[in-house]
Design a protein around this ligand. Structure first.
Ligand SMILES: Cc1cc2nc3c(=O)[nH]c(=O)nc-3n(C[C@H](O)[C@H](O)[C@H](O)COP(=O)(O)O)c2cc1C
Length: 256
């Protein structure tokens, strides 16, 4: 890779505390990299009002005019994104959840294919694995390809603990940088193929109400972008998606 690598870290901590300090340490570990930390708490990000407008009518129709798109643009502009959250009550922080909700139209209409990401969580004892699992699963649906997560216990603030965390975090971060530099073509995972078929089906089923999904999917056949999927794999994926759709239809009347 010739140009300077750009990383954006989305930090869901409500203050410049443990999670922020780890991100700052990563920034300082490699000055060659253009590293930007976005503290959600310092941005204008309003609560999702649950109107479905972004999902049904397109993200531009969201009633909130705030910094949501500034964050999305930073993610588009970066080569890699770090989703970082403290573990609060065994999952992501409320602030990070707000960001997840405000961007959930991208689970329907993912755009981050070919982009790498890493989940980072801090905790005092238990649950950082649940936090990184949540972040990885959620943003994989937006198209990101995740490198292994990093889960850090920040409780004692001893030299040992801080050295250990530094090693764990920088090792994981180097994997992210390495993945970006490899410029390897990323193949869709089995789950991503299944999700594609489910969402494409929903987009047709719900088209009177949700034209945004319908428009997005209507010229897409087997996946979000041109990729060769082996015949039998494609058959199997469609069969599994069909079973999920049947279950969904049995539980709903006419709408998703
Ligand atoms: C409201 C709240 C809930 C927490 N819940 C957990 C938890 O479930 N498991 C855990 O190990 N630590 C928990 N912690 C500790 C934090 O995860 C830990 O201190 C983290 O590093 C804080 O990061 P921050 O300084 O960026 O907020 C909690 C802390 C707070 C304030």
């Amino acid at each position: 890779m010739d140009k300077r690598i750009k990383i954006v870290a989305i930090c869901g901590s409500p203050h410049r505390g443990n999670t922020y300090n780890i991100l700052k340490m990563l920034e300082q570990s490699n000055p060659e990299i253009d590293f930007k930390i976005l503290m959600l708490t310092e941005l204008d990000l309003q609560d999702c009002s649950g109107c479905y407008s972004c999902i049904n009518n397109g993200e531009d129709t969201c009633p909130h005019k705030d910094d949501r798109d500034l964050i999305i643009e930073a993610m588009k502009d970066a080569d890699g994104t770090i989703f970082a959250s403290p573990t609060y009550a065994r999952t992501i922080s409320a602030l990070m959840k707000k960001f997840v909700e405000r961007t959930s139209f991208m689970a329907h209409r993912p755009i981050f294919f070919g982009k790498y990401a890493m989940a980072l969580a801090t905790c005092a004892g238990f649950g950082a694995d649940l936090t990184t699992k949540y972040l990885t699963e959620n943003f994989t649906q937006h198209g990101f390809h995740f490198v292994p997560p990093v889960e850090l216990m920040v409780a004692r603030k001893t030299e040992n603990e801080s050295n250990r965390n530094q090693t764990l975090a920088t090792t994981a971060y180097e994997k992210l940088i390495h993945a970006i530099c490899s410029e390897k073509k990323i193949k869709p995972s089995f789950n991503q193929l299944v999700y594609f078929n489910i969402f494409k089906y929903i987009s047709e089923w719900n088209k009177l109400k949700g034209w945004a999904d319908y428009e997005f999917y209507r010229d897409k056949n087997d996946y979000y972008y041109d990729v060769k999927i082996p015949f039998w794999k494609n058959k199997l994926v469609k069969w599994i998606a069909g079973k999920e759709i049947k279950k969904m239809k049995a539980n709903t009347s006419s709408e998703y």
